[in-house]
Design a protein around this ligand. Structure first.
Ligand code: CA
Length: 220
């Protein structure tokens, strides 16, 4: 899951980025409306947390343009204004939900979960393939009925490979979908997480589940 946080107040942006990263999301940030639109044009975000009061292009206009450009992911408006007219305007422009500042981080996290859960239950509830059972609502994994404990990042990796089962997924694609923009593309981070994931899902089983195809990527 990749999230874009759009907020011009640096301490808030930093706090949200830290909190959401800790929950296992890949998090990018933008500090004004124009930057948000530029980033959303090149990266497919699952959720965009969008402040209403932004320099250059305000939140309502950003929201309108995102939807006009075909963005179908979730949008949560963050607003310091509690006037009903502002909230209605936000929802009318295409936002799915809104939060009035100041809000508790746990509330934002719950709204993001609700939004992404709605999407996953619409499209793919529990994923079953190759003896694996992956539940994106709880991050629970079973292999032949045996529960395996994964970190949020390991789960995200496995879920992505399971959705693309049978196809070799290049490392760059995993980096793009599951890591944020600050990750060095030459880092070993994918490899390290992949090694840990393999160790966990293969432990106690004869058949390894993830294969590396040289020059092509990883395949489940
Ligand atoms: Ca603001």
């Amino acid at each position: 899951m990749r999230i874009l946080v759009v907020e011009d107040e640096e301490p808030i942006t930093a706090a949200l980025e830290r909190g959401l990263t800790k929950l296992g999301y890949a998090v990018d940030t933008a500090y004004d409306g124009a930057e948000a639109l530029e980033k959303a044009a090149v990266t497919r975000y699952d959720v965009i947390c969008l402040d209403l009061n932004l320099p250059r292009i305000d939140g309502v206009e950003v929201c309108r343009r995102l939807r006009a450009a075909g963005y179908t992911g979730g949008i949560i408006m963050l607003t310091a204004r509690s006037a009903i007219r502002e909230r209605v305007e936000g929802l009318d422009s295409g936002a799915d939900d809104y939060l009035v500042k100041p809000f508790a981080f746990s509330e934002l996290a719950a709204r993001i979960r609700a939004l992404t859960r709605r999407e996953t239950t619409l499209r793919e509830p529990v994923l079953r393939t190759k003896g694996l059972e992956l539940d994106p609502n709880t991050n629970k994994v079973r292999r032949n009925g045996v529960e395996i404990h994964l970190t949020p990042k390991e789960f995200a990796l496995l879920y992505y490979l399971a959705r693309n089962a049978g196809r070799a997924v290049p490392q760059e694609e995993l980096l793009e979908h599951l890591w944020d923009e600050n990750t060095n593309p030459f880092t070993q981070t994918v490899k390290v997480h992949m090694n840990n994931l393999r160790r966990k899902i293969n432990e106690g089983f004869d058949e390894p589940l993830i294969e590396t195809i040289r020059g092509k990527g990883y395949v489940l």
